[in-house]
Design a protein around this ligand. Sequence first.
Ligand code: HEM
Ligand code: HEM
Length: 215
Amino acid sequence: MTKIMSVFLVMKLDAWFYHRAFCFIHWTLAFLVSFLYATGYYRLMFTTQSEPLNWYLLVWHMNAGALVVAITPLIFFIKLNAPVLTGKVPNLFIGLTTKIVHLGLYAMLLAIPCAAYMGLGFDFPLVGVINVPGLIRFTWIHRWVSEHLNMPLITFMEPFAKFHRDTGADVILPALLGLHIGAAFYHHFVLQDEILLRLLPSLRRRPPENLSGKR
Ligand code: HEM
Ligand code: HEM
């Protein structure tokens, strides 16, 4: 217990750089999201259902999506326990927009893959070994949807599939990422406050000598 407490204490004190775990998970997330878009669109545009590559890309896609669900709560938890000195917020609007974009990113990184699962009409092999049954496998869900919502399961699943494929992945997440990455470049090139550099994995983790103007 004290060991766990001391880890958080160290995280709190390491306020100039983002925590190593945060950096690692952040860039893993960025890689996974790029991979998800690459596999999703490559499969759609350059393969047909009859090709084995179409299925393999989908399996990689679904597993990468599952990994996003697993690590998103981790990065949220680490950020919560290891706040970083990011400088003064210029005004209320910027502060509020930053919060909304960050919360939106967390929400979408969980909602898009969860909606994908809710709309999935088949089982998928998690890590190639565990067969995760799709909703259609559960007779009690069929019964519940038909009794309480008065519709076949497939009609219930459709909006989830549509949200994952169209609204979530094609509109909301790219918009949030555009604002997020744009803000990071604005910090780096215009404000020159080194926020981006602090997020890079670095072996020499020593804050600059004079921090007064930069904090
Ligand atoms: C492409 C997928 C990406 C995803 C899913 C992603 C997600 C996130 C998340 C969830 C956070 C934590 C937000 C918080 O609670 O403070 C974050 C922070 C951050 N990201 Fe990204 N990010 C991505 C790409 C990038 C890229 C390409 C850059 C730089 C060009 C970048 C720069 C930053 C910076 C500077 C922070 C720290 C923000 C702060 O502490 O206020 N991110 N990112
Ligand atoms: C953050 C996580 C995810 C993102 C950003 C994402 C994004 C995408 C994108 C961009 C496409 C292509 C869109 C299109 O066909 O118009 C796609 C297709 C697809 N994704 Fe995801 N996805 C994620 C997670 C998942 C997960 C966890 C699963 C499965 C459980 C999944 C299953 C599928 C399926 C089955 C398709 C093909 C849909 C179709 O052809 O109708 N995705 N995804």
